[in-house]
Design a protein around this ligand. Structure first.
Ligand code: PGA
Length: 269
């Protein structure tokens, strides 16, 4: 059987940047400058900017994503946004970002419930995992990521994750020490972890042994280092933070991702 090639994805996580007044213009500029065949583009602005970004990219194939969802659909959860509320605003969401694990004390178990809520509402879901510097230095990086994956996904029906939609469920491997620090992982180290992630996904019981699940790298991705990651066959794109607010950077990152997408398409024919 010929295995369908995995998609190449570049997702921008705008974090707590932009306002409804300026997000549309930034999204429009990025959309226009990143038109590259074969690369799935996703922009994840703050909730209050989702409508502006949705309208700005309406005539393009850029998708809009949220940065988080609540694990319940409705209820007395002051300040929270649920997955069903995003209907018409976003088709993707990030969950389990390390900044939410840190600032909102999100546990693996809770993040697993968010995955279920997001997939249940039909949102394409990017689950973030990654180790602290101390874990890497102590040789525990793989064990930590393994524990996160099992903790998040054990209670999730694997069929609900990547079912029929090749983009339904992805992982972003984001070593915490690389996020926002300008100190990216080495491509080879990231690729080694991505291979380990797929081994774990297979053990958890994902269809196709997890082989179809896109795994992205995140952590100080920039035009200057994207090549290192996109040159690794196991890495399917990037979750970009700081650089995703800069159209020049995004143009270069998506252009490099496009080379990988084209090479995969050529290899598949
Ligand atoms: P960074 O953030 O690219 O600014 O390091 C990545 C992320 O947190 O998703």
């Amino acid at each position: 059987m010929i295995r369908p090639m995995r998609p190449v994805i570049v997702a921008g996580n705008w974090k707590m940047h932009t306002t409804p007044a300026d997000a549309g213009e930034l999204a429009r500029t990025i959309a226009a400058r990143t038109r590259v065949d074969g690369v799935v583009r996703v922009l994840c602005p703050p909730y209050v900017c989702l409508a502006a970004v949705r309208d700005a990219v309406a005539d393009t194939d850029v998708a809009v994503g949220a940065q988080d969802v609540h694990h319940e659909a409705t209820g007395a959860f002051t300040g929270a946004i649920s997955a069903p509320m995003l209907a018409g605003l976003a088709t993707w969401t990030i969950v389990g970002h390390s900044e939410r694990r840190r600032d909102a004390c999100e546990t693996d178990e809770l993040i697993g419930r968010k995955v279920v809520a997001a997939r249940g509402a039909g949102l394409r879901t990017i689950l973030c995992v990654g180790e602290q510097l101390a874990d890497r230095e102590a040789g525990r990086a793989r064990a930590v990521v393994d524990r996160q994956l099992w903790g998040c996904l054990t209670a999730v029906d694997p069929a609900a994750l990547n079912g029929d939609d090749p983009l339904g469920f992805s992982i972003a491997y984001e070593p915490i020490w690389a996020i926002g620090t300008g100190r990216n992982a080495r491509g080879a180290d990231a690729a080694e972890m991505v291979a380990a992630i797929r081994t774990t996904l297979a053990a958890i019981g994902l269809a196709d042994g997890g082989d179809g699940v896109p795994v992205l790298y995140g952590g100080s991705v920039a035009s200057s280092n994207i090549n290192e990651f996109m040159a690794e066959p196991s890495i399917d794109g990037a979750l970009v933070g700081g650089a995703s607010l800069k159209p020049d950077e995004m143009a270069a990152i998506v252009a490099r991702a496009g080379l990988t997408a084209a090479a995969r398409a050529a290899a598949a024919t």
